[in-house]
Design a protein around this ligand. Structure first.
Ligand SMILES: Cc1cc2nc3c(=O)[nH]c(=O)nc-3n(C[C@H](O)[C@H](O)[C@H](O)COP(=O)(O)O)c2cc1C
Length: 148
């Protein structure tokens, strides 16, 4: 059993919907689960074994404003997260081509830079072909929940 923090990066609610769908699945697997879409801190990450990032992309490959301060802190301070594991679900839209899922990719990169160990492959959900992002996420989580 792990303590998991689901960090939601969202502008218009899709990522929150995904997080809300995943929370009971992870709890059902025996994990303790917190969800935050507010300004989380490095200490919030360090107080959980595992971080699950559910992150939309906005602007042109930009990180949602609600988690931007945290991501900028991680990029600047590079706190030691080597004792922690993480997964990434990136929400995007293929019609944005070069910036597809850019924010989720950036968060993935910074967590790796901080030494956190990735569990599973990053899930990238394309809104242009998948109008219900929670469906793909619910399939993905079945494999992920047993690896953390
Ligand atoms: C103004 C705007 C800009 C966007 N820019 C990108 C982008 O650069 N790359 C991408 O992959 N998706 C982009 N998207 C698609 C969103 O990431 C996608 O719709 C996502 O599901 C939104 O999640 P949210 O409701 O949690 O914010 C953009 C959407 C909007 C409305």
């Amino acid at each position: 059993m792990a303590t998991i923090l689901i960090l939601v990066g969202t502008e218009s609610g899709n990522a929150q919907m995904v997080a809300d769908a995943l929370k009971p699945v992870l709890k059902g697997a025996g994990h303790a689960v917190d969800v935050t879409d507010s300004a989380a801190t490095t200490a919030d990450l360090q107080s959980h074994d595992v971080l699950l990032v559910v992150c939309a992309t906005h602007g042109s490959g930009d990180i949602p404003t609600n988690i931007l301060p945290l991501v900028e802190t991680l990029q600047r301070d590079k706190p030691d997260l080597s004792g922690h594991r993480y997964g990434v679900i990136a929400l995007g839209d293929m019609t944005y081509q070069d910036t597809f899922c850019g924010a989720g990719k950036k968060v993935d990169e910074v967590l790796e830079t901080c030494g956190a160990k990735k569990v599973g492959d990053r899930l990238e959900v394309d809104a242009s072909t998948q109008p219900l992002p929670d469906e793909e996420a619910l399939t993905w989580i079945e494999g992920w929940k047993n690896q953390v």
